[in-house]
Design a protein around this ligand. Structure first.
Ligand code: ASP
Length: 587
């Protein structure tokens, strides 16, 4: 038997017992006649001690030969510690070593394996198995485990069946590129890894499994933006005989239950906001509604006063930062720098300080009188002491820039408390989105999303105005999940493919199986998928999903530990009918 206890469980109640533990040497303090070592395992840390006179000489010698991360098995008596450590559960005791076995030695690790480490990101990724020994990373994985258990419990309690769908499938266009897998048995043919189990879960509805879910890996070959992973996990769900409200209520239930069981946080009912309103008020389809600072359209008061920048703009937008009229010149310059950064892209920023004495001070005083500025303040609902920040230009661009500025101000003014959770549903997304490059419409969600019945008549006349039965769950400005009510009628699905520029032959070749299935009794259905990694990060109040994945890829989609992707040898290429001499074309 290697151990009688873990390194996390011994305390004053065990004093006098002879015990065995096993684990890794974290810190070694050699004070000559006395040596202390902290032994760590997944459960905690226990101090062992060897002292001349209390332990045999050879034990002391062995202790002195131990280095960081050696794997040890220790037996000894639990005794009370002289200097206690109230920060850890085992802090009242130590073990006086009577037997010690070095189960394995270890090279000096490339970074310190402690809560605060000196290792940089890339180094920690390369030695991820060492990074995983650190408490903060382990806690993240434990949270992830708990989240998956609680999800399964809840889904089971409301009759959802977990069904696995295949990973080797055929390409489904969902916006991103597919990862493909060559088939050795079918020369020149490829599988694709699923971007999501979308079509399979819809087929399960046709099969009568009216509540399906799966915690499942999805694969998307996207240009990697910060904090995207080429493989990630979803809680993927589908239900039959439901309308949008049924889906929203069901998953509001799941979300509330997860927040309650994991964080002991009771969430209020989730408000619904339509896409148009989200864009108008926040310039984002995933607004952070922990704070106000809603956009105000200032066109009527700011235009036609001789200020060309505003006169020539499609929109003049303002936000009000409460009690920020005290901002100094330097702070305002910094805000201007912020909006001018290429990532934000504004040309400049106008401010109006609403002074406590009722006067106004703006960066455009040359063009606007005190009465003019008072009209701005009235329209924007700004009070004495507030600061109005104004951006202008084309509608879409200005909204995007203002969204960035609003979030920045929210952070700067301390209005985005991570422990304050404000969920909402964003609903009524547009069905289609115009793509400038290909000069045609793309499905905003995916091609299986149902248009709203009241907009059917606009499908041909004004496709851009058609709204979808599509929804996103947003918490604190983060998109946690998204889904839609699906098309279950073959003719409507065919019309949709047509709108998206598929010929009937292309549609049949790609989705014949789904269209065929719709002819054998497809029930009305809809669903949603939650980003599982993202949900973990959100519940932990953190930003990076990478910290919640045991073996993540880096920003260029590489696993630097196993060094993948990597070339394969010529034989393997041949066997797969891949041309090993094919030139790599630059992206
Ligand atoms: N398949 C969709 C996605 O991965 C989710 C859904 O529509 O249920 O985003």
């Amino acid at each position: 038997m290697y151990r009688t206890h873990t390194c996390g469980e011994l305390n004053a109640n065990n004093i006098g017992e002879t015990v065995s533990i096993a684990g890794w040497a974290q810190t070694i303090r050699d004070k000559g006649p006395i040596v202390w070592i902290d032994v760590r395992d997944r459960y905690g840390m226990t101090q062992i001690v060897g002292e001349t006179g209390r332990v045999r000489d050879e034990i002391l010698t062995t202790l002195k030969g131990i280095g960081r991360e050696f794997v040890l098995q220790v037996t000894g008596e639990v005794v009370e510690r002289h200097s206690k450590n109230p920060d850890i559960p085992t802090g009242d005791i130590e073990i006086v070593v009577s037997e010690i076995k070095i189960l394995n030695g270890a090279k000096t690790p490339p970074f310190t394996i402690e809560d605060e480490t000196d290792g940089g990101e890339e180094l920690r990724m390369q030695y991820r198995y060492l990074d995983l020994r650190r408490n903060p990373v382990r806690k993240n994985l434990e949270l992830r485990h708990k989240l998956s258990i609680e999800t399964r419990k809840y889904m089971d309690s409301i009759n959802f069946l977990e069904v696995e769908t295949p990973y080797l499938i055929k390409s489904t266009p969902e916006g991103a590129r597919d990862f493909v897998v060559p088939s050795r048995m079918n020369p020149g043919e490829f599988y694709a890894l699923p971007q999501s189990p979308q079509t399979f879960k819809q087929l399960l509805m046709v099969s009568g499994y009216d509540r399906y879910y799966q915690i499942v890996k999805c694969f998307r070959d996207e240009d990697l933006r910060a904090d995207r992973q080429p493989e990630f996990t979803q809680i993927d769900c589908e239900m039959a005989f439901v309308e949008q409200e049924d889906v929203l209520n069901t998953f509001e239930g799941l979300t509330k239950s997860l927040f309650k069981t994991i964080l002991n946080v009771e969430l209020d009912n989730f408000p619904r906001m339509d896409y148009v309103e989200a864009m108008e008020k926040y310039g984002s389809d995933k607004p952070d509604v922990r704070f106000g600072m809603e956009f105000k359209n200032l066109n009527s008061v700011a235009q036609n006063k001789g200020f060309n920048v505003f006169d020539s703009a499609e929109i003049v937008l303002g936000i009000v930062a409460e009690q920020a009229a005290t901002y100094t010149r330097k702070q305002l310059d910094k805000l201007t720098d912020f909006v001018k950064r290429p990532q934000v892209g504004a040309k400049g920023m106008v401010y109006v300080k609403c002074n406590e004495d009722g006067t106004f001070k703006s960066s455009v005083d040359k063009f606007y009188s005190q009465e003019d500025l008072k009209a701005w303040a009235d329209l924007a609902d700004a009070k004495a002491g507030d600061l109005i920040l104004v951006l202008s230009g084309d509608l879409d661009a200005t909204r995007k820039q203002m969204n960035e500025l609003r979030l920045h101000m929210g952070s700067e003014l301390g209005l985005r408390n991570p422990a304050d959770y404000k969920p909402l549903w964003v609903v009524d997304f547009p069905l289609l989105e115009w793509d400038e490059d290909s000069e045609r419409y793309h499905a905003m969600h995916h091609p299986f999303t149902s248009p709203k019945a009241e907009d059917f008549d606009k499908l041909e006349s004004a496709p851009g105005e058609v709204r979808a039965n599509a929804y996103d769950l947003v918490i604190n400005g983060v998109e946690i999940g998204g889904g839609s009510i699906r098309i279950h009628d073959k003719a409507l699905q065919a019309r949709m493919f047509d709108l998206l520029g598929f010929t009937p032959e292309e549609a049949k070749a790609q989705f014949g199986f789904l269209m065929d299935a719709f002819e054998y009794g497809a029930p009305p259905h809809g669903g949603i998928a939650f980003g599982f990694d993202r949900l973990c990060a959100t519940l932990a109040g953190q930003e990076s999903i990478r910290d919640f994945i045991a073996f993540p890829k880096n920003n260029s989609g590489r696993d630097v530990m196993i060094d993948a992707p990597a070339p394969i040898d010529g034989e393997q290429m041949k066997e797969l009918f891949l041309n090993s001499t094919a030139e790599r074309t630059e992206a």
